[in-house]
Write a protein that binds this ligand. Structure first.
Ligand SMILES: C/C=C(\C)C(=O)SCCNC(=O)CCNC(=O)[C@H](O)C(C)(C)COP(=O)(O)OP(=O)(O)OC[C@H]1O[C@@H](n2cnc3c(N)ncnc32)[C@H](O)[C@@H]1OP(=O)(O)O
Length: 76
């Protein structure tokens, strides 16, 4: 999952949340995309911060979820 939060001033935050290491699954990828779309349609947003939950950023692609590569390349 990835949670979108509109922060103060011109900032938006996308927080990756996929315990234990916030790896990027297909669901996380979709959450990032949804967050980016929200930020892009809010013309007051000037910068997007992407972080990971619970003090970790991300271990990268979720092992054993090869569909992540397909979804990253093929989704519009
Ligand atoms: C193209 C290529 C792209 C886009 C890539 O992203 S390549 C990068 C792929 N990711 C990695 O190679 C990272 C592999 N993981 C690590 O190096 C380490 O796990 C860590 C540094 C992220 C954390 O180390 P540590 O704090 O010692 O914890 P553990 O190694 O014990 O891991 C904790 C649990 O997390 C699970 N884990 C780790 N990485 C992934 C991952 N990428 N996808 C899914 N799950 C992951 C790990 O299996 C442990 O799970 P449990 O055993 O506790 O159930």
């Amino acid at each position: 999952m990835a949670e979108y939060t509109r922060l103060w001033n011109c900032l938006a935050l996308i927080r990756l949340r996929n315990p234990p290491v916030n790896s990027i699954s297909t669901a996380v990828l979709h959450g990032i995309k949804a967050g980016l779309q929200k930020a892009l349609t809010d013309h007051t947003v000037k910068a997007i911060v992407i972080c990971g939950a619970d003090g970790k950023f991300s271990a990268g692609v979720q092992v054993c979820d090869s569909s992540v590569f397909y979804n990253a390349q093929c989704s519009p």
